[in-house]
Design a protein around this ligand. Structure first.
Ligand SMILES: [Zn+2]
Length: 350
């Protein structure tokens, strides 16, 4: 079966099956520059980048590459909307989603991008994180920190589930930026603002399983923070049923949002796509073959994880530049993505 699928993929890519093909899993410009002399692009579509290796790839570069599974693909979701939720629970979910407040989200993005920098470890980055501590404590969440270096910390806000406290759903967004001045609005003040709004909307919701909000740092340094955090999960008795990452959810060209994971979690991506169809006006694209954000750290530990990201083929033209500012972002799009993610969490918690 695997061979057949491989053959099908290569047919659709117009390639013959070969074992020397890899997917690039980093999006870091410096790392891509390192890799470039050793790889030849075979296929590039949105977030799916498949390469053939030239000779003598240094061993230390191999962690930026993943052998091709064969089922990697990217497609617009047009499936039927099937859901276990009854009409009553759908109405209850819709009622809660109507609490999402676009003005609050945009204010948070404005505030987070007013810091001179949010580069990991800087005083300003720490100040931004402290401000979020106050906010999340005020909403009634229990806070902890997970530090991976001096002044380099992830922030975790938790509300225990009353029925299945050992089952944990995690919402993830990175607060650090690449360091451009007063920027990083889309990458990733947008994701953090949506996380804060989800925390606000759920503050008095009686969750059956545990809800955890994880604000990571060091994402722009090869996912340092999330990699450190998933290590801490190894010693815990919790079962993480979902890690939902939001990274760059603000730039909208065609109302399309990308749901990205690895091939084994296609059903989870479809669940997200159905939630989008049920509760929002968004179109969805499913991409199987994860790379370049915090969801990778979870997937590497076999934790079901999805990245929700703006459509990568029409991504923000100011990606990783000083012009990544609020004025390029679309408030309605961010609010709809917030509702999609809330819809998924509430439906999973039924
Ligand atoms: Zn990012």
């Amino acid at each position: 079966m695997r061979i057949l699928l491989l053959a099908l993929l290569f047919l659709s890519l117009g390639l013959s099956p070969r074992s020397d093909l890899f997917q690039v899993v980093t999006s870091h410009p410096a790392e891509i520059e390192e890799l470039n002399p050793y790889v030849e692009t075979v296929h590039k579509e949105g977030r799916l980048w498949i390469v053939e290796l030239k000779e003598n790839v240094p061993e230390e570069l191999f962690h930026h590459l993943r052998p091709l599974n064969g089922d990697e693909k990217s497609y617009i979701f047009k499936g039927l909307v099937l859901t276990k939720a009854s009409k009553m629970s759908k109405d209850t979910i819709r009622e809660r989603l109507s609490l999402v407040n676009q003005t609050l989200i945009m204010n948070d993005i404005k505030n987070l991008s007013s810091y001179q920098t949010r580069y990991t470890g800087t005083k300003e980055n720490q100040k931004a994180l402290s401000e979020l501590k106050v906010r999340l404590t005020g909403l009634g969440y229990k806070l902890t920190e997970d530090c991976f270096g001096p002044g380099k910390c992830n922030l975790i806000a938790e509300k225990k589930g009353f029925e299945k406290p050992q089952d944990v759903m995690i919402v993830v967004a990175h607060i650090d930026s690449v360091g451009e001045e007063n920027a990083g609005a889309d990458d990733n003040a947008s994701g953090v603002a949506a996380l804060l709004e989800m925390a606000r909307v759920l503050k008095d919701y009686k969750n059956k399983s545990t809800l955890r909000f994880l604000i990571t740092n060091g994402e722009e340094q090869n996912l340092l923070g999330s990699k450190h955090y998933v290590e801490t999960l190894k010693n815990s008795k919790d079962t993480v049923t979902l890690a939902l990452t939001m990274d760059m959810i603000g730039y909208n060209d065609n109302n399309l949002v990308e749901l990205e994971t690895n091939v084994e979690y296609e059903d989870l991506a479809i669940h997200f796509a159905q939630s989008a169809a049920l509760y929002t006006n968004l179109k969805t694209k499913i991409t199987l073959g994860a790379w370049g954000s915090d969801h990778l750290s979870f997937l590497l530990q076999n934790i079901p994880s999805i990245l929700v990201v703006e459509n990568w083929e029409t991504r923000n033209p100011c990606y990783h530049q000083a012009c990544d500012k609020l004025d390029l972002l679309n408030g309605n799009y961010i609010s709809e993505i917030t509702k999609l993610n809330l819809g998924v969490l509430l439906q999973k918690d039924l």
